[in-house]
Design a protein. Structure first.
Length: 133
């Protein structure tokens, strides 16, 4: 992942171990501002939530910490063209000490030249997280 210091252009690439030491050229392209809101699907208040951008099959490459949102219930990420999995989540523990995750994920594609993309996340309450004893 390469991004220009002014955060207007960047590029993303994957190398195999066999590629190390070889000459590689990345073409920096305009970044896309992925923005939107994060809310609960049931309409209840959401104290905080964060969005992460994953690149690659099965979330093998996590763009962290360069491209993640803050805990302010908004999606606010800069990404170069490509296909990503966005995930928003928040763990909550109830009065009975049962923890569940509120989460949502969306696959997005950013074509070259796209400079803004709105993505709203609606978090759904998942099953209880198993406790470890």
């Amino acid at each position: 992942y390469a991004i220009h210091p002014e955060r207007r252009i960047g590029a993303l690439a994957c190398w195999r171990a066999s590629d190390l030491g070889s000459h590689t050229q990345l073409t920096l392209q305009p970044l896309c501002h992925v923005h939107g809101t994060i809310a609960r699907s049931d309409g209840k208040d959401l104290p905080a939530a964060k969005t992460f951008a994953f690149w690659g099959p099965k979330r093998q490459s996590h763009l962290f910490p360069v491209e993640q949102g803050g805990w302010d219930c908004t999606v606010n990420i800069l990404l170069p063209p490509g296909t990503y999995l966005l995930e928003s989540c928040l763990g909550i523990t109830d009065a009975n000490d049962v923890t569940r995750y509120l989460e949502d994920s969306k696959q997005i594609s950013i074509p070259p030249g796209t400079t803004t993309l709105r993505v709203d996340m609606k978090l759904k309450l998942g099953p209880p997280v198993p406790t470890v004893s």
